[in-house]
Design a protein around this ligand. Structure first.
Ligand SMILES: [Zn+2]
Length: 381
């Protein structure tokens, strides 16, 4: 099966080619260039349109239906940051065996203290999306000595990376048990010894400092407790940069909990959205790799459309449209070791998105989707 996408503007994950032909062969991108008028089975008109790598959402939570919803809006890979063990195997199977859903990588069960974040949110979901699932029956970590066994259990579960939660609940208006710093460090060390990347949920500057002390590879959110002009934000951003840590943006999540008061989150401190934007700007100023992520759930932000919102918010926060698109394609692929995707180049997976107009100049064009390919399979629209 060969497909020619003709005369499209191409954003290749890093830069824009004004007009190119792209040939897909089965599940791969076969060629990118000019005048590739070879024998093909299908020709797709690209004039006036932009072809992009499928979007990668670097922070989601996958439930039944999530992966199909994501793909409909051009998110071809979801990086799940906590999926319950009762749900993960069937989501993984779905993503591996079907081309009408987004692909999936997952942290599996996250590391938190007994009763720690986000168990209070899971308790609120009992009987809805968690009908019949006992979310309290997950592994918890209470001291550093348990770290190697916890990581071994995640490997057995098929986790692609480790997620650690450092959150005492203060931003959520709660007081929750939290992992001790030495436990976070032991978890990061055990994960690295097992070859796993480590991503921390930390939502205040002091929690982010604990994560950095532990030696994590990435932060799953920007911090949200410092005023936008607080010089402490800039100092922390410089530390993040010095340690080579990436940060997942999740502005759509902070918008949801600040403005909409969504079902999964209780009363974040007022202003957290503006503070999140301030932290993001500080991180961008010093050149920290920013990965677009939404914290999508079955509530808000939603899978797929949440990513469109995230891209919009990133440009409002000062990223150029090109930077925002890079944050949603080649950068997450690079930082999560997904060398087969996130760019448009010969030999890579044909995970692609075709939109009307030019999202490299006007990010809102990302919503005008004409076609999505997952592993070379064109989605019916
Ligand atoms: Zn999350």
């Amino acid at each position: 099966m060969r497909t020619l996408i003709r005369d499209a503007r191409v954003f290749d994950g890093e830069r824009t080619i004004a007009a190119a032909d792209v040939v897909l062969e089965d599940d791969r991108i076969a060629a990118v260039g000019a005048g590739l008028r070879t024998d093909v089975d299908v020709v797709v008109e690209g004039a006036g349109r932009t072809l992009l790598p499928g979007l990668i959402d670097a922070h989601t939570h996958v439930f039944d239906g999530s992966l199909a919803e994501a793909l409909r809006y051009g998110v071809t890979t979801e990086l799940d940051m906590f999926c319950l063990p009762q749900m993960l195997p069937r989501q993984r199977r779905l993503a591996a065996e079907n081309d009408d859903v987004a692909d999936l990588r997952s942290a599996g069960t996250l590391a938190t203290a007994p009763g720690g974040h986000p168990t209070q949110l899971l308790a609120a979901l009992a009987g809805t999306v968690l009908d019949g699932i006992d979310a309290a029956a997950i592994d918890f970590v209470t001291d550093p000595a348990q770290a190697p066994a916890f990581v071994a259990a995640r490997l057995a579960e098929g986790a692609d990376y480790l997620k650690i939660v450092i959150d005492d609940g203060a931003v959520h208006g709660a007081d929750l048990p939290v992992l001790a710093p030495e436990t976070a460090t032991a978890l990061a060390t055990a994960a690295h010894e097992a070859g796993l990347r480590v991503i921390a949920h930390a939502i205040t500057a002091s929690e982010a400092e604990i994560a950095l002390d532990a030696g994590v590879d990435g932060l799953a959110h920007v911090w949200t407790d410092l005023a936008p002009d607080d010089p402490a934000s800039q100092r922390l951003a410089e530390r993040v940069r010095a340690q080579g840590v990436f940060v997942v943006t999740t502005l759509a999540y902070f918008e949801a909990i600040t403005v909409q008061g969504v079902q999964t989150a209780d009363c974040a401190r007022p202003g957290s959205s503006a503070n999140a934007v301030g932290a993001l700007r500080a991180l961008r100023r010093v050149g920290v790799p920013l990965l677009a992520g939404t914290d999508a759930t079955p509530f808000a932000p939603a899978h797929g459309t949440g990513m469109h919102r995230e891209l919009h918010l990133l440009t409002e926060a000062g990223l150029s449209p090109r930077e925002a698109l890079t944050a949603a394609t080649s950068l997450p692929a690079h930082h999560f070791g997904l060398s087969d995707r996130g760019r448009i180049a010969p030999g890579l997976r044909a995970d692609l998105l075709l939109v009307e107009g030019d999202p490299t100049r006007d990010i809102t064009a990302i919503t005008s989707i004409t076609d999505v390919w997952r592993r070379g399979v064109r989605q019916s629209r």
